[in-house]
Design a protein around this ligand. Structure first.
Ligand SMILES: Cc1cc2nc3c(=O)[nH]c(=O)nc-3n(C[C@H](O)[C@H](O)[C@H](O)COP(=O)(O)OP(=O)(O)OC[C@H]3O[C@@H](n4cnc5c(N)ncnc54)[C@H](O)[C@@H]3O)c2cc1C
Length: 224
């Protein structure tokens, strides 16, 4: 019988399946979208996350990150990570690396969506598969967690995230967090000539409107 059935093949689901396989368990992942799965993300992996990836045997390509800088355009504060680097990684690169590692370890990745979960005495059945355990890795707002009555209220209002990439040589090896009264912009070098920008805010509005709240950053991204 399958030991671990994982609903969701994002970073959390694939990492859980890889860890299970490393421990000698049979793991199956159910994911509706074909690899590599992309998603709006700041694409900055902190040193602890990078060390965890290495323990899983996952080494995605990316841009080393030395630390973090916070700025509101006038003032800034920055610090280097202590003793280790992080990594700026395209989301598709991270997903492809996790996916490849899972397959190498014999994890079966099944295309599909978990809709209903039936629990037996010692088993759980979902997406036509029966396993000893189910891991709900179907994202931050996990409908499965809610359906199973395990949800907790999320504090504060919801926020919207938008992301874009710029073909530019990174001007720093720090993750930059720019803030304004409307939200934040996470700027991450992810390649030799690639910079990612993720905008997070309370209001749903077009990317350009959001970016306009960060004039110094907008000028840097669009050039003279
Ligand atoms: C704008 C923004 C910037 C961010 N920046 C960073 C950052 O810089 N660094 C960082 O570490 N994190 C960042 N994050 C957070 C990071 O993106 C998430 O923590 C991460 O994606 C969580 O991974 P996950 O696998 O839990 O969920 P997801 O990546 O959401 O994956 C869930 C998967 O489950 C699948 N799924 C959904 N429903 C079902 C179902 N019923 N059955 C089967 N499969 C299902 C989906 O198709 C999806 O592939 C950012 C997030 C946002 C929004």
């Amino acid at each position: 019988m399958i030991d671990i059935l994982v609903a969701g093949g994002g970073p959390a689901g694939l990492a859980a399946a890889i860890r299970a396989a490393q421990a000698g368990l049979e793991a199956v992942v159910v994911e509706p979208r074909p690899a590599p799965v992309d998603k709006a993300c700041g694409e900055g992996i902190m040193p602890g996350g990078l060390a965890a990836l290495h323990r899983l045997g996952v080494r995605p390509a990316g841009h080393p990150l030395r630390g973090i800088r916070y700025t509101d355009g006038r003032r800034s504060a920055e610090a280097a990570f202590r003793g280790a680097y992080g990594l700026g990684v395209r989301r598709t690169e991270l997903h492809a690396a996790l996916h490849a590692r899972a397959e190498t370890l014999g994890v079966r990745i099944v295309e599909g969506k978990v809709r209903e979960v039936r629990q037996g005495r010692d088993t759980v059945t979902a997406a036509g598969l029966t396993a000893r355990w189910l891991i709900a890795a179907d994202g931050l707002h996990s409908p499965l967690r809610r359906a199973l009555g395990l949800d907790r209220p999320v504090p504060g209002p919801g926020r919207y995230g938008l992301r874009r990439h710029y073909r530019l040589a990174p001007w720093t090896d720090l993750v930059e967090v720019h803030w304004s009264p409307y939200g934040e912009a996470y700027v991450t070098p992810v390649g030799e000539r690639l910079v990612g920008v993720a905008l997070l805010g309370r209001d749903r509005r077009p990317y350009e409107d959001h970016l306009a709240a960060f004039p110094a950053l907008a000028a840097r991204l669009t050039g003279p």
